[in-house]
Design a protein around this ligand. Sequence first.
Ligand code: PEP
Ligand code: MG
Length: 591
Amino acid sequence: MKNEAKAKAQERIFQGLAVSPGVAIGPAHLREAGEVSVPDIQLPKRKVAAELERFQQAVAQAVRQVGKLKAKALSIHGAAAEELGYLLDAHLQMLGSSRLIGGIEQHIREERRNAEAAVMAEMSAIAHEFDVMDDEYLRSRGQEVREVGLRIVRCLTQADFAAYDSLPKDSIIMAEEISPADTALMDPAVVGGFATVLGGAEGHTAIMARSLGLPAVLGIADLTTAVQNGDRVIIDGSNGLLIVNPTEQRLAEYQNRLRSLAREQRALARLRDVEAVTRDGEKVSLQTNLELPRELEQAESAGAEGVGLLRTEFMFMNRQDLPDEEEQFQALAEIVTGMSGRPVTIRTMDVGGEKLAFSLGDQLIEAANPALGLRAIRLSLKQPKLLEAQLAAILRVGALGPVRILLPMISNPSEVYEVRKIMEVVVRRLKRRGVPLADPIPPLGVMIEIPGAALAADSLAKAADFFALGTNDLTMYTLAIDRSEEQVAHLYNPLHPAVLRLIQFTVEAALRARIPVSVCGEIAGDPRFTALLLGLGVRDLSMTSNALLRVKKRVLGLDMQAATRRAQVIMDQSDSGRIAMLIDDFNEALH
Ligand code: PEP
Ligand code: MG
């Protein structure tokens, strides 16, 4: 009977942001709908005040989350927006001075129970009262109380959500928000793809999805109320569509699409060992960005010439403590030896901003403007012990294969000099320990991802051995558009003339100083940008392995001289719409 009802369920199509291409078909798994189990502890009297404080902080966080969902709901048209708005208002009321909150505080204060257990007890008691009512509307309020209660529990535990391994194969995760750390837990052998309410196209969650090859659609405002656990869904990550309960005809159409994607992959795989050279004989280096060690295999099958950007954040995610030098060395050694003599550019940690690591403390979470705060190199220089351990691990793996060290979020040459000094101390210390080291010491380069750094590229070129252009952050900071914020995603545009001028400025400064320059932002992996970047003088691109062969195909079809001429025309333009037209027109002619 239930299956019959499902078969008849109406197809519904939702539009969101197309952040990670491909198609996934499978059962929906609503992440926030899962059961939770929490410890039930009797607290000593002296800990009660702190527990109340912890509870209040969790409630404040829950209020912020619901506020964000409400802002997003305003973008929906029609009755659905109103309905969702009422629902979220009711949640906000419950998070205010309600019976729920008062009751929980009483359990903590009088029974000295831990906050999680107090929430579960009060939530269940109130929800049960609603459950037994005759009126259907009042009965549904019980479910809302549970939703609010479980949200507070999740804020309290800050726990990773249920491990995804136990889900049925090809499950499609639906969630309000998925962090980069959550994405790192997804195994593509189990998870088919995901969709969320919040998140932007260039945030690290999107980047992680692309690198794992998981189709994803973000920014669907009424997602969690529109889908039931177990519904059959299709994620069309190329067009930003989520299709719930697809018709048989639609299903067949997407199954065809999956087959043609597989055919395209097989054709691209033939380019693996072909050298990336333009039609007029210019060599281009195509390297991979690595988020997680398990992507090494993909890098291998894409024929990457090296790792142009190793994001070491993976070592700090999903854990309560910090990795020591030895643990970092082991993790990096696996990658450097796995690349068998090809160069690996290791970036020191870029934690902060949207990439939170709880093990690094609350300061990162509470900052008013985390993207402008204690992020990346700023955090490393403030906590030099962390940086020393990381540099020591990198210097040690330098003995196993060619490595380069890359510093994120550099804005001043003085930061580079400071790191050089710390590095000298670490080298001396390692030598005293008799540890084998790279000889000579690996080059030290900087990310150019802050507009000020691009404008001062000449002076940074004197301090650094190489540049890596981080166009994701460069675009975000130049245009003042949060890369992970879906509400302004339509304004995020690397083709804005200001961004292109900063790229050109940086490349020219590097060429003048005769230091290598690469691009490792997401545009490096988008064939639409290949001709423009090469035309601007870039010869080194680093991208997710999944994009590498498609970019190689574009390089093989290009004439460098024509690309250079087109880049010159583009750099004379002041309108991003016209720039886009000039690029698409040029690319079109290549087909
Ligand atoms: C960038 O900002 O372009 C970049 C490559 O670094 P991340 O995406 O890790 O911030
Ligand atoms: Mg960056």
